[in-house]
Ligand binder design. Structure first.
Ligand SMILES: *Cc1c(COP(=O)(O)O)cnc(C)c1O
Length: 224
């Protein structure tokens, strides 16, 4: 089941990359495993997946001990992070894509500093729609958050992340993806984490380097 779905997702990536005249190899597939057990992460790893996205610090903390020995696996936090959990997140994850304030960046930096010289990969989450519920830094405050990084030697800022408002129509995501790319260019950042199961093609056409895919790989998430 997972093998078949993975094959299908890889085909979608390749076809979109071809349309966009981009090498498929520059697009990282992050398998989003929130609400699924560690055993599924292992299964995905066996099939060759190496990048995993999780949304909740506490949930991942519980799975982490069952994930020993997955050499080369990288775990990314893609859900909203409260600064009181930053220290824990800095220790558990290889990357945090949802940095949304100078304060959070600073807390992550402190947490990481205790662990040694390996920097934590960071992305700033940008909120591009006026929806109340969406997390992320607004465009106006983006300069301030990005400006905090040069002083934080245990973080390595690599790019921007966004999540457009949900729509069945993937074309609705396109203006948001285009905007994120423009912002990354302005700030000289290379990576763009954008696109999910339903709109990954559009994201790739607009320059995504990291797509975050859950449902298309694993099916509907368990409710509990
Ligand atoms: C759950 C989640 C995804 C994956 O969504 P699917 O539609 O299941 O592919 C991607 N990004 C974020 C931030 C998520 O929370």
């Amino acid at each position: 089941m997972l093998g078949k779905r993975l094959e299908k997702v890889r085909e979608r990536i390749e076809q979109a990359a071809e349309r966009a005249a981009r090498p498929a190899s520059e697009i990282h597939l992050i398998a989003v495993t929130k609400k699924f057990p560690a055993s599924l992460i292992r299964e995905a790893y066996e099939l060759g997946l190496r990048d995993f996205g999780e949304n909740y610090v506490q949930e991942f903390e519980q799975k982490r001990s069952d994930l020993q020995g997955l050499n080369g696996a990288r775990f990314h936090l893609i859900g909203h992070l409260q600064s009181n959990k930053a220290r824990k997140a800095a220790a558990l994850f290889d990357g945090v894509q949802t940095v949304d304030s100078p304060k959070l960046a600073s807390k992550l930096n402190e947490g990481r500093a205790e662990l040694g010289p390996d920097a934590l990969e960071a992305m700033v989450e940008v909120k591009l729609s006026p929806e109340e519920a969406k997390a992320g830094v607004g465009e106006k405050a983006l300069a301030e958050t990005i400006g905090a990084f040069p002083g934080l030697e245990h973080l390595r800022l690599t790019g921007l992340m966004t999540m457009p408002p949900w729509s069945d129509d993937p074309e609705r995501s396109r203006p948001y993806f285009r905007k994120l790319k423009e912002l990354a260019r302005q700030y000289g950042l290379k990576n763009l984490s954008m696109g999910m199961s339903h709109d990954l093609e559009v994201a790739i056409e607009e320059g995504a380097t990291h797509i975050r895919v859950g449902t298309a790989l694993f099916g509907p998430r368990p409710k509990a």
